[in-house]
Design a protein around this ligand. Structure first.
Ligand SMILES: [Ca+2]
Ligand SMILES: [Ca+2]
Ligand SMILES: [Ca+2]
Ligand SMILES: [Ca+2]
Length: 347
C-alpha cells in the first residue's frame, strides 16, 4: 500500500513585521506535488513555502496550505502571530513650558521579554543618549526643539526607528491694570476706572551674585500701551525668571502713595510687586513720570489664581500673573499752569 502524503508547517513567530516572512513546510509528497496557500486579507500562493511581504499590512491569522499529488491531498494550518515589537511610538512629556524637561520615551507597552536590548537617541543641539527616555531641560533660546529619533535594537536583531518633534512653549504672562486712583489710597476701589494709552515696558531684572535686584537689565524686552478704554495691558510669551514692569505716567499723574497730600506713604515706595496681591499699586516713581515695580518672579504653574483670568484654575491661569497693577493719582498741583507749592512761613 502506498503511504499517505503528509505536510506540516514549522511553527514560527515572526518578530520584525516590516520584513518579509516565510512559512516553511515539510512534506513527503515528491516531485510533481502542487501547493495551495490561503491566508488573511486574500493571501494566496502556489509555492511550497509561503512568503508574506510586509506582514504588518497583510495581517496575522490562520494560514492554510494544501499539498496535492495523484489524487491525494493533505492540509496543514498555522497561526501566524507576532510579538509586535516592530512599532515604536514616542510619547511622554512632548509639549512643555520653557524650564520644564523634555521626557521622551517609547510608549508602546511590551512584555518583559520583549524589551529592546538597547536604545539610541539623536536630536537637536547635538543630543545623543543611550537611555530609554530623554530628560532634557529646556531653555529660552529653544535650542532643544527639533527632530528626536529613537533607534531600538532587539535581541532578534530587529531594529525599530521612531521620530518626534516636541513642542516647547513660553507659557508665562504678566498684567494687567493701570488705573486712575482718584482717592490715592493705592487700591483699585470699585468706582475707579482704567487709564488708557499709557506706555508700559517690560524688563528683565538685573541679577547680581545669583540674586535678583530691583534694577533693570538692559533695554525693555517688550513694550505696549494700555487698552484705550479698560487701562489693561498684558505681556505674554515669557519664560521663568525675574522681571520689572514700568509705566510712563501721563502728565499730571503721579504714582499712588496711599496718603493724600504726602509724597510718600504706604504705597510709595510701593509694597512688594511680588506678593500676588491683585488691584493694589505696585509702582514707585524712579524719575520724572517713570514709575516702576520691584522685581517680580515668574515660574511655571505657580502664578496666582483668582486674579481675573478668564480661564480660572486652568494651567493658563497658573501661568499668568495679573496682579501687577499701577495706581496713578492726578496731582492736585497741575504742571501747567505751574503751581507754587504752599510753604508755611514762620511769623
Ligand atoms: Ca483707590
Ligand atoms: Ca493667573
Ligand atoms: Ca490686576
Ligand atoms: Ca499687585
Amino acid at each position: 500500500m502506498k503511504a499517505q502524503i503528509s505536510i506540516s508547517v514549522k511553527d514560527t513567530i515572526p518578530t520584525c513585521l516590516g520584513a518579509n516572512f516565510k512559512i516553511a513546510t515539510t512534506t513527503n509528497a515528491g516531485t510533481g506535488a502542487t501547493f495551495s496557500w490561503q491566508g488573511p486579507n486574500g493571501y494566496t500562493s502556489s509555492e511550497k513555502d509561503a512568503t508574506i511581504t510586509n506582514l504588518i499590512d497583510k495581517g496575522m491569522g490562520v494560514y492554510t496550505v494544501t499539498v496535492s499529488i495523484t489524487g491525494q491531498s493533505a492540509t496543514a494550518t498555522t497561526l501566524v502571530k507576532s510579538n509586535a515589537i516592530e512599532v515604536a511610538v514616542i510619547g511622554g512629556f512632548t509639549n512643555v513650558c520653557v524650564g520644564e524637561n523634555l521626557r521622551l520615551r517609547d510608549v508602546i507597552i511590551r512584555n518583559a521579554n520583549e524589551q529592546p536590548l538597547s536604545y539610541a537617541w539623536t536630536g537637536p543641539d547635538s543630543y545623543t543618549s543611550t537611555a530609554s527616555a530623554t530628560n532634557i531641560p529646556t531653555t529660552e533660546d529653544l535650542r532643544q526643539v527639533g527632530t528626536y529619533t529613537l533607534t531600538e535594537t532587539y535581541e532578534n536583531g530587529c531594529i525599530v526607528i521612531a521620530s518626534l518633534v516636541p513642542t516647547v512653549n513660553k507659557c508665562l504672562s504678566i498684567g494687567n491694570l493701570v488705573w486712575n486712583d482718584t482717592n490715592n489710597d493705592g487700591l483699585n476701589n470699585n468706582t475707579e476706572v482704567g487709564l488708557g494709552n499709557v506706555a508700559v515696558r517690560l524688563y528683565k531684572a538685573k541679577i547680581e551674585g545669583g540674586s535678583p535686584t530691583n534694577n533693570v537689565d538692559g533695554v525693555a524686552i517688550q513694550t505696549t500701551t494700555t487698552n484705550a478704554t479698560t487701562g489693561k495691558y498684558l505681556f505674554a510669551n515669557l519664560v521663568p525668571g525675574f522681571y520689572i514692569v514700568e509705566v510712563e505716567a501721563p502728565t499730571d499723574y503721579k504714582s499712588s502713595v496711599g496718603v493724600n497730600g504726602s509724597p510718600t506713604g504706604i504705597y510709595e515706595p510701593s509694597i512688594s510687586a511680588n506678593d500676588d496681591i491683585n488691584n493694589d499699586d505696585d509702582g514707585t516713581t524712579v524719575s520724572g513720570q517713570t514709575v516702576r515695580t520691584n522685581y517680580i518672579e515668574l515660574s511655571n504653574y505657580t502664578e496666582p489664581q483668582n486674579d481675573g483670568d478668564s480661564t480660572n484654575g486652568t494651567a493658563a491661569d497658573k501661568n499668568s500673573n495679573l496682579t501687577i497693577d499701577f495706581g496713578l493719582h492726578k496731582s492736585e498741583c497741575p504742571a501747567i499752569p505751574k503751581c507754587v507749592p504752599f510753604i508755611a512761613k514762620k511769623i
